[in-house]
Design a protein around this ligand. Structure first.
Ligand SMILES: CC(=O)N[C@H]1[C@@H](O[C@@H]2[C@H](O)[C@H](O)[C@@H](O)[C@H](O)[C@H]2O)O[C@H](CO)[C@@H](O)[C@@H]1O
Ligand SMILES: [Zn+2]
Length: 308
């Protein structure tokens, strides 16, 4: 059990569904806050047992074969966390407690240990104990649709929000809760890039507004430009080699539909007061903006110039 008085002033908790999500959606944000002295805790809810395998030599690890992909992805995730400079990583309920449910509608959703089948309060209880220990001021997870509708992402949202409610009732819930998002203007500028990516579950969609993860620009609360950390994010994504082949749609997502923007990540604010921001919609450039710890000694400016 960590003594919170020994931790840095700024403490960020991220709740993700599978090994790879942390890099794709929040890798630069994690690397930035780790590099500037905040304590970053990553909680991953499953081992990703049902994932595809884009490394031919590992094909027999698949769920329908040796069913060893989950264990292998523990190693990929450890390498990704090293690349991001994040040392505090936990699996929700311990490694292997909750199984990857597979894509929505598949029979794997019904597996008795599938995260999609988890008892909400039991799963949230594991996260409450991490919040009790770390006392994060800021939490990041997904919106109610899980960003793109995957059952484990939807469940991660539900569990994270329930845990924050329970922790809040005991006085140690996060003051600000953000959900990952992509602004409509960014998606519209990169649709051609997105349409040309591989293994894309949304292939054929031509209008950005038809993508489930499209958020109108005025609803975005924070734009974290950690472009100086884009190499760390790319290294973390490469660590997830079984999941993210070179031309994967996930590189489009990670790079905001344009690899030159790999270091910029966007969020809506679900809980808490938005702090000072800039631009036409007052986007924050720091997730701790408005909190007493925002001006801590280890704070360094985030939010380079940059148009997206
Ligand atoms: C980013 C993410 O959530 N990845 C999940 C997802 O992977 C997708 C899945 O394999 C699908 O079949 C592919 O078409 C798609 O390209 C993948 O992104 O779902 C997996 C199974 O639940 C999960 O292991 C993976 O981490
Ligand atoms: Zn995922």
């Amino acid at each position: 059990m960590t003594d919170v008085t020994t931790l840095p002033d700024r403490r960020l908790l991220l709740v993700h569904a599978h090994p790879d999500d942390e890099a794709i959606g929040t890798g630069s944000t994690m690397a930035h806050y780790a590099a500037t002295g905040a304590h970053v805790t990553l909680v991953t809810c499953t081992l990703g047992e049902e994932g595809e395998i884009h490394v031919p030599a590992l094909a027999q690890l698949a769920a329908a074969e040796a069913d060893q992909l989950g264990g292998y992805r523990i190693g990929e995730l450890a390498a990704a966390c090293r690349a991001l400079g994040v040392a505090d990583h936990r699996f929700l309920g311990g490694a292997g407690r909750y199984r990857d449910s597979g894509m929505m509608g598949l029979a794997t959703n019904e597996h008795p240990r599938a995260f999609w089948q988890a008892d909400l309060d039991e799963a949230a209880g594991h996260l409450v104990e991490i919040m009790r220990e770390i006392r994060p001021q800021v939490m990041i997870t997904y919106d109610g649709n899980g960003f793109y509708g995957h059952p484990d992402h939807i469940q991660a949202h539900r569990v994270a929000m329930r845990a924050a409610e329970l922790a809040g009732a005991e006085g140690f819930g996060p003051a600000k809760i953000y959900w990952t998002a992509m602004p409509q203007s960014v998606l519209e500028a990169g649709m051609a890039h997105f349409a040309g990516s591989s293994d894309n579950p949304f292939v054929g969609i031509e209008e950005a507004t038809e993508l489930p993860f499209c958020t109108p620009d005025p609803q975005i609360a924070a734009r974290i430009d950690a472009t100086d950390q884009h190499a760390a994010k790319e290294a973390a994504m490469r660590a997830h080699a079984t999941q993210i082949p070179d031309n994967s749609w996930l590189y489009s997502i990670a790079g905001n539909f344009g690899s030159e923007f790999m270091g910029v990540e966007y969020y809506t604010l679900a809980v808490g007061e938005k702090g000072p921001g800039s631009g036409p919609y007052g986007w924050e450039d720091d997730l701790f903006a408005g909190l007493a710890v925002a001006d801590g000694p280890d704070r360094s400016p985030v939010g380079a110039a940059g148009s997206r």
